[in-house]
Design a protein around this ligand. Structure first.
Ligand SMILES: Nc1ncnc2c1ncn2[C@@H]1O[C@H](COP(=O)(O)OP(=O)(O)OP(=O)(O)O)[C@@H](O)[C@H]1O
Ligand SMILES: [Mg+2]
Length: 393
C-alpha cells in the first residue's frame, strides 16, 4: 500500500521525509514517512542503520517518544518508516517563546530526561545518540507542553554497533573519537541542551537557581565520561536537587486551580512531575542496570529467589507506579506501589539493603501523599497551539 504525499519536510540528507496520509483509511490522519534516500540506499551501513531505526522505534511505547506505525518496502524497493506526526514545535523555538516561564521550560526538559531514562532502562537499553533541540518536538496539550523525542536515525542498542555520526556540540568526546558509548553519552547531549535552555532563560531565572543548574549542566557535559552523571536517571536526580529550593509559586496567570476530583488527568500530570524526581532518585542508585520496568510481572508475587535483585525490583515497581500515576491510573499506581512494599517487606536481604529500600519507599510515599492529600494542585497552563514546525536547518 502506498501513501498519498502531502508535502516534503526538510531533512538532513540521509533520508527523504514526507507528510503523508493513508488513502484507504476512513479516518483522515497525517503521518510522517521517512524513506532512505536513493544515494544512501546504496551504502549497506546506512541501510542497516535505517533498519535499526525502525526496529528500535517499534520497541518503544512512551508518551514522550514518537510512535512507530509501520515499516515496509515501497514499489522501488526502498525501506519506508511510517510514524505518527508530532504536531509540535522544535524545542529551541518553543523555549524561546516561553523564555519568560522558566519553570514550564525546566519541567519540559525534565520530561525529555524521563524519555531518555526510559530508553536507558529497556531490557536491552537503547542509546539515542542524536539528542539535540531539532530532534525534540514540543506538542501543546490541554495538560501542558509535552516534548516528544524523534529521529532515532543513529540510535543503537547499548554495546551494539552503528553508524559513526554525531552533531557537535551535543556529541560527547567519546562519540567524536569513536570509543565506547554508553548512557553517559546521551547525558552529555542532555547537558548541552540544558546549557542552551539556561542561556535562553537568561535573566528570567533566579541567579542562585541558575548557578545550581549550570553546575548540573557542567557535570553532564564533562569531557571525562567517568565524571559525568552515569545515565539519565542520575541526571534527573541532579536536576531535582538543583530545583529543590525552587519553591516560589508560579505566577497566577500560569497557575489555574484544578480540583483534584474534577480533572484527574491534570492531577496525574502534576503528580507525575513531582514524582519524577523521587523516582529518578531511586533509579539513579539502583535501577541503572535493572530489569525491565515495563509491564512484565505487573502483579507478580515476589519470591525469596529474587532477593539478590530486590533493590532493582523495587525500582522497577516504583517506576511502574510513577508511570501509572502519570497516566491518571491511580489504581494501577497504587497496585504497583503495594507491590514495591511487598518487595521491601518480604525479600531476604541484609539489614543495610533493607534500610535503603525502606528509605526509598518512604521518600516515594511522602511525595505521593503530599500531592494526593492536597485538595487542589498547580498545573502548568496550557500553551497556545504552535505555529508549526520550523525548518531544522
Ligand atoms: N514524526 C514526526 N512528526 C513531525 N515532524 C517530524 C517527524 N519526524 C521528523 N519530523 C520533521 O522532520 C525533520 C527531520 O526529521 P529527522 O530528524 O527524523 O531526520 P533528519 O535529522 O533529517 O535525519 P537524516 O539525517 O536521517 O535525514 C525533523 O527535524 C522534524 O522537523
Ligand atoms: Mg533530526
Amino acid at each position: 500500500m502506498e501513501y498519498r504525499t502531502l508535502r516534503q519536510l526538510p531533512s538532513g540528507g540521509f533520508s527523504d521525509i514526507f507528510e503523508v496520509e493513508d488513502p484507504e483509511t476512513a479516518l483522515h490522519e497525517t503521518l510522517v514517512l521517512k524513506r532512505l534516500s536513493a544515494e544512501m540506499s546504496a551504502r549497506p551501513a546506512v541501510r542497516t542503520a535505517f533498519a535499526d531505526e525502525a526496529r528500535i522505534l517499534r520497541e518503544l511505547r512512551h508518551p514522550n517518544v514518537v510512535t512507530f506505525r509501520r515499516c515496509y518496502f515501497d514499489s522501488s524497493g526502498r525501506v519506508c518508516l511510517v510514524m505518527e506526526k508530532v504536531e509540535g514545535e522544535q524545542l529551541a523555538s518553543w523555549a524561546h517563546r516561553h523564555r519568560d516561564r522558566p519553570r514550564v521550560v525546566l519541567e519540559a526538559f525534565g520530561r525529555v530526561i524521563e524519555a531518555v531514562d526510559y530508553l536507558h532502562h529497556r531490557p536491552q537499553p537503547f542509546l539515542h545518540l542524536d539528542l539535540k533541540p531539532e530532534n525534540i518536538l514540543v506538542r501543546s496539550t490541554a495538560c501542558g507542553p509535552v516534548p516528544v523525542l524523534i529521529d532515532f536515525g543513529i540510535a543503537r542498542s547499548l554495546g551494539g554497533g552503528g553508524l559513526k555520526a554525531y552533531t557537535p556540540p551535543y556529541a560527547a568526546p567519546e562519540q567524536q573519537s569513536g570509543s565506547t558509548l554508553g548512557c553517559f553519552t546521551d547525558v552529555h547531549a542532555l547537558g548541552q541542551i540544558l546549557v542552551e535552555l539556561l542561556d535562553e532563560l537568561g535573566e528570567g531565572i533566579d541567579p542562585a537557581l541558575r548557578d545550581r543548574l549550570r553546575a548540573v549542566a557542567d557535570k553532564a557535559t564533562r569531557t571525562s565520561r567517568h565524571r559525568r552523571y552515569p545515565d539519565a536517571g542520575a541526571l534527573m536526580l541532579g536536576l531535582r536537587a538543583a530545583r529543590a529550593t525552587e519553591t516560589a509559586p508560579l505566577p497566577a496567570r500560569e497557575r489555574p486551580r484544578i480540583l483534584l476530583t474534577a480533572r484527574p488527568a491534570a492531577v496525574a500530570t502534576a503528580v507525575g512531575l513531582v514524582l519524577a524526581a523521587a523516582v529518578a532518585g531511586v533509579l539513579a542508585i539502583d535501577g541503572r542496570d535493572g530489569p525491565d520496568p515495563g509491564p512484565a510481572g505487573l502483579t507478580g508475587e515476589v519470591s525469596p529467589e529474587l532477593a539478590a535483585d530486590s533493590p532493582q525490583e523495587l525500582s522497577a515497581a516504583l517506576t511502574r507506579a510513577f508511570n501509572a500515576y502519570s497516566r491518571a491510573d491511580v489504581a494501577g499506581g497504587d497496585e504497583q506501589f503495594q507491590l514495591a512494599r511487598r518487595i521491601a517487606d518480604t525479600t531476604q536481604v541484609d539489614a543495610a539493603t533493607r534500610e535503603r529500600m525502606r528509605r526509598r519507599l518512604e521518600e516515594f510515599e511522602r511525595v505521593r501523599d503530599l500531592i494526593l492529600q492536597r485538595s487542589s494542585v498547580d498545573a502548568a497552563q496550557p500553551v497556545t497551539q504552535s505555529s508549526g514546525i520550523r525548518s531544522p536547518r
